[in-house]
Design a binder for this molecule. Structure first.
Ligand code: MRU
Length: 361
């Protein structure tokens, strides 16, 4: 089902969520591929539709991908209802396996699927299939609710780092459209804005899929936060002119030592911040840390279709047959990161020891 809506300007966004009961409900999400031209919600009622929505970036941003996958796992588990309690668990596991093939970099996807599987396995074997499904939906809803609380806490911790009237540069979209609430990097900005600190945002457009222009600029503008859109190649000049005092970005996966994968171009922004003496912050919930990886060299980087560069949004922007390299993410080394803003506090300096310490609180 596709629902065309008027953009409820200024209202909080329901980026991704569940509508209805466990047996007949659907996963509803804003189709972000259509923003800012159209505000459309789509309903996903089967696992391949959820997979496609994640793969094609209808829902995107690490926390939102995890939440969509958790609800997708419920949809998958439902297909096993007729085969009883074991059928539900088997269907949950196979949906989880399949959804895990949609995108490789954001660890929140695997974190959420793993949590759903472990929760499914912990449900008493004697419980009937319908009640089992209800519990699974409750767990997916908990993941979404926890994400909302994490966004608020990240916003509170991060806003303390913002000076009144400060220019803040951000890359990609780590806002309401990437989470269940109002974001990670953008939560810092929204909270500072609410506190009257009057931050002024510079949003990198974020080639090739323009999440900064299409999504970050859109959501900041509709919430009344002053934002200036720049091409990615303008960041150095904006810094040199003294227009920004700090950088804050989101993350898709953070290794045990703090090396951080985020949207392609983030690493370059971190180098520019260092060259201009500006603090560079990453804002992310604990579900974005992957402590199984000692450093960023093991983070899988998604490679995307060349047509995103050669035919972005349908227009030919390069000659046919040209060779293209299109990694969707890069890894910023921990030494370029001044602090990681989590729901548990700001990790600073960023080291394996400080990360362990804050995450274990
Ligand atoms: O390819 P995308 O749009 O899913 O990439 C998103 C990002 O890189 C975000 O910065 C990251 O997921 C953090 S979202 C809170």
């Amino acid at each position: 089902m596709r629902i065309d809506l008027q953009d409820p300007a200024g209202a909080s966004l329901a980026t991704v969520g569940w509508v209805g009961d466990a047996a007949t409900g659907v996963l509803r999400m804003i189709d972000q591929t259509l923003l800012p031209n159209k505000f459309v919600e789509i309903d996903c009622a089967d696992v391949p539709t959820v997979w496609e929505a994640i793969k094609s970036l209808r829902v995107r941003g690490a926390p939102a991908i995890g939440i969509a996958a958790a609800f997708g796992a419920v949809i998958g588990a439902r297909t096993g209802l007729a085969e009883g309690r074991i059928g539900v668990e088997t269907a949950l596991q196979s949906a989880s396996k399949f959804l895990g093939t949609s995108r490789p970099t954001a660890v929140n996807l695997f974190w959420a699927l793993d949590r759903m599987e472990r929760f499914g396995a912990s449900i008493a074997p004697g419980l009937n299939p319908a009640e089992t499904l209800d519990l699974l939906l409750a767990e997916a809803n908990r993941i979404a609710a926890e994400d909302r609380a994490m966004c608020r806490a990240i916003g509170r911790h991060g806003a303390e780092l913002v000076e009144p009237g400060q220019g803040i540069l951000t890359h990609c979209n780590a806002g309401g459209l990437a989470t269940a609430d109002y974001g990670t990097a953008l939560a810092v900005i929204y909270t500072a804005h609410e506190q009257g600190k009057a931050p002024r945002v510079f949003a990198d457009e974020t080639r090739p899929l323009l999440q900064g222009a299409r999504l970050t600029a859109w959501e900041l503008q509709r919430r009344g936060v002053p934002v200036t859109l720049i091409c990615d190649s303008m960041a150095a000049q904006v810094m040199k002119e003294g227009k920004v005092g700090m950088v804050v970005v989101g993350a898709d996966r953070i290794a045990a030592n703090g090396d951080t994968a985020n949207k392609i171009g983030t690493y370059g922004v971190a180098l520019l911040a260092k060259a201009h003496g500006l603090p560079f912050y990453v804002a992310a919930p604990s579900s974005t840390f992957d402590l199984t990886l000692p450093d960023g060299s093991g983070i899988p980087i998604e490679q995307r279709d060349p047509s995103e560069i050669t035919r972005g949004f349908g227009l030919a922007t390069a000659p046919d047959g040209i060779d293209v390299y299109n990694p969707a993410f890069d890894v910023t080394p921990a030494e370029l990161i001044d602090g990681i803003i989590t729901e548990r506090g700001v990790i600073r300096p960023v080291t394996t020891a400080t990360i362990r310490e804050v995450l274990s609180t």
